[in-house]
Structure formats: C-alpha cells, structure tokens
Design a protein around this ligand. Structure first.
Ligand code: ATP
Ligand code: MG
Length: 133
C-alpha cells in the first residue's frame, strides 16, 4: 500500500468563511488523516517563497496579496495515494469548472480565491512539508 504525505492549505477565503471544519470533514471522510496542523498568517516573503514556481506568471502579485490577506490553516495529510487523492477532492484550480462535489466547486470563488492548496507531486509535497514543518 502506497502511504504518502501531502501538504494542504485552507486558504484565507475559506478560513474567513468559517469552513475549516467542513473542509476537514471532507478530507477525513475520504480517508485522509491530519497528522500535523497550524494556523499562520504568511508574510509576503513566505508566500513568495512558497509559490516561487509561479513568480513569472501574470497572476503572481494577485496570488501573493491574496495568500497574505488573512490567516491560513496548514496541514499535513497522510493516506493511501494522498497526493493524488487530495487533488481529486480539491477539484480543478478554477472553481467554476471544478467537478461538482469538490471542495473548490463548493467553497471557491474564482481562480485566485479557490479555497484550498494541495501539493501536486511527491517532490512538491516534500518541499512544501519541510517549508512549514
Ligand atoms: P495550488 O498550487 O494552490 O494547489 P493549483 O495547483 O490548482 O493550485 P497552480 O497552477 O499551482 O494551481 O496555481 C497556484 C495558485 O495560483 C492557484 O491555486 C490560484 O490561487 C492561483 N492561480 C492559478 N492560475 C490562476 C489564474 N489564471 N488567475 C489567477 N490566479 C491563478
Ligand atoms: Mg499548484
């Protein structure tokens, strides 16, 4: 059985909407286990380092301003194929095209304010987990 760890962030829009519990419930009922967690408000430097892969994208400044706009809930999830499973439960980046029943479809607003982050590969998961924990 391929047990993995992945990094999940409930973003400022979802924290402000008071849906941390609702989102965690979806993760847990899908078989993912929270093995570490904390609430933080990122500095601009932290958000820029975390999303460094996107520094040349047109949306980078908007993304950083959003990610520092309020507290975020950062968690390590553990489970069978956790990286892929978490991405499936999250849904597509754009909530308006995310599959019905996904977290982004139900709690996201637009491409930037999309409720949740999840590591997209084993390599990203290792980097992102060690960035925050
Ligand atoms: P995340 O890395 O946050 O889990 P993702 O892997 O689905 O999201 P990425 O391509 O890695 O998507 O983009 C990182 C984040 O940048 C997105 O979650 C979103 O907040 C923002 N973003 C991505 N594409 C756009 C866009 N076209 N316009 C505005 N913001 C965007
Ligand atoms: Mg990504």
């Amino acid at each position: 059985m391929k047990t993995e760890h992945t990094l999940s962030i409930i973003k400022p829009d979802a924290v402000a909407k008071n849906v941390i519990g609702a989102i965690i419930n979806r993760l847990e009922t899908s078989g993912l286990m929270i093995v570490n967690a904390k609430i933080l408000q990122l500095t601009s430097i932290q958000a820029s380092e975390f999303y460094a892969a996107h520094q040349n994208k047109f949306f980078f400044n908007e993304l950083i301003n959003f990610m520092i706009s309020g507290p975020i809930f950062i968690q390590i999830l553990k489970g069978y194929q956790a990286i892929k499973k978490n991405r499936e439960i999250m849904g597509a980046t754009d909530p308006t095209v995310a599959l019905s029943g996904t977290i982004r479809s139900d709690y996201g607003y637009n491409c930037t304010k999309n409720a949740i982050h999840g590591s997209d590969s084993k390599k990203s998961a290792i980097r992102e987990i060690s960035y925050f924990f």
